[in-house]
Design a protein around this ligand. Structure first.
Ligand code: SF4
Ligand SMILES: [Zn+2]
Length: 320
């Protein structure tokens, strides 16, 4: 990338490149669903996910598109418990629940602290509850919520990449040390954590993307997380579409995701998942797309390496 681009990739530039937000209702989640996951007990079980409608995250990461379904203002006290009740009434019974709020659960401008007690009581029948947070919001509020909560709490943190220079370019406003400190703080307080890791953020070639995703898995597990999810970076938030046009970003390929997932599972340090949403974005080959999606899905569920997919489309792929 040219120096002139590097110097303008700040919050203002990222926000200027955005399109419009979707219409949302602060009394209703914008999505909820149930999917299968290899849970901590080793069983394949249903896990519910409620995508809460919440105030936009105060950070504006270069690759983030979660702002699309957020409000500009803080939601009122009671809105988040209402959203959880709304989704739970419409969802099949599950033992594990992810509450994703397009930001940080422990940001006091996101989830009002006054709602913690009601939220905890709504969740009392679950075994596991997973929320997400930026390291800057991992503090005493986590402990307060955890004490109120009957299910076991896990916090998902976006490590993104174990490379401080790229973290800076992603406008993540976090360092590797911040991540490590947060995981340690949670562990000391008997709260588990999981990491989100990006496959091929901007400014990296395909092979660098694979290499840094592997290094990031190593760093996340060494820091003490219990689980990692690898997310291939996609366009659609404005900023990345711009960088794609300028040649500073290109979509990762599915075989790269397979390579990183294989590496992570082989580490045998915890659960490793590949994000399998919209995988058709990362393939131009009709011959093997379905086979690769099935392979990744099965590896996610069984945490075992499946036979590689052989196809002419990636004969030259370097499995580094
Ligand atoms: S911290 Fe997370 S939710 Fe907030 S802008 Fe960054 S990626 Fe998006
Ligand atoms: Zn193919």
């Amino acid at each position: 990338m040219s120096k002139s681009h590097a110097s303008v990739l700040n919050t203002k530039w990222i926000v200027t490149n955005r399109g419009k937000k979707n219409k949302v209702n602060s009394q209703k989640p914008y999505l909820w669903l149930v999917e299968k996951e290899h849970t901590i007990s080793g069983k394949i079980e249903d896990v519910g996910i409620i995508f809460l409608t919440n105030k936009e995250c105060p950070f504006s990461c270069l690759m983030c598109d979660l702002w699309k379904n957020t409000t500009d203002k803080k939601v009122s006290v009671g809105a988040i418990p209402n959203q959880i009740e709304f989704a739970l009434q419409r969802m099949p019974k599950v033992k594990h629940l992810k509450l994703y709020n397009s930001g940080s659960f422990f940001d006091k401008n996101a989830i009002p602290e006054e709602d913690y007690e009601k939220i905890a009581s709504l969740l009392s029948n679950f075994e596991t509850v997973i929320v997400e947070s930026h390291p800057k919001f991992i503090n005493k509020r986590c402990l307060k919520f955890s004490e109120l909560l009957k299910p076991s709490l896990q916090v998902a943190i976006g490590l993104e990449i174990a490379n401080d220079e790229i973290l800076g370019k992603l406008n993540k406003q976090m360092t590797m040390d911040d991540f490590k400190w947060s995981v340690n703080f949670l562990s000391k307080n008997k709260i588990k954590s999981r990491a989100f890791i990006l496959l091929k953020p901007p400014f990296l070639s395909e092979s660098e993307g694979v290499l840094w995703a592997k290094k990031s898995l190593d760093f996340a597990f060494d820091s003490g997380v219990e689980c990692c999810t690898v997310i291939p970076v996609r366009t659609g938030n404005g900023a990345l579409d711009y960088l794609l046009k300028k040649g500073d970003f290109s979509l990762p390929e599915i075989p790269s995701l397979e390579t990183v997932l294989e590496y992570g599972i082989k580490l045998n340090k915890g659960r490793v998942f590949a994000d399998v949403w919209d995988l058709e974005l990362f393939s131009n080959c009709e011959n093997c797309l379905d086979k690769r999606i099935s392979r990744l899905t099965e590896m996610n569920l069984n945490q075992k390496i499946n036979k590689k997919v052989i196809c002419d489309c990636n004969v030259n792929f370097i499995d580094n």
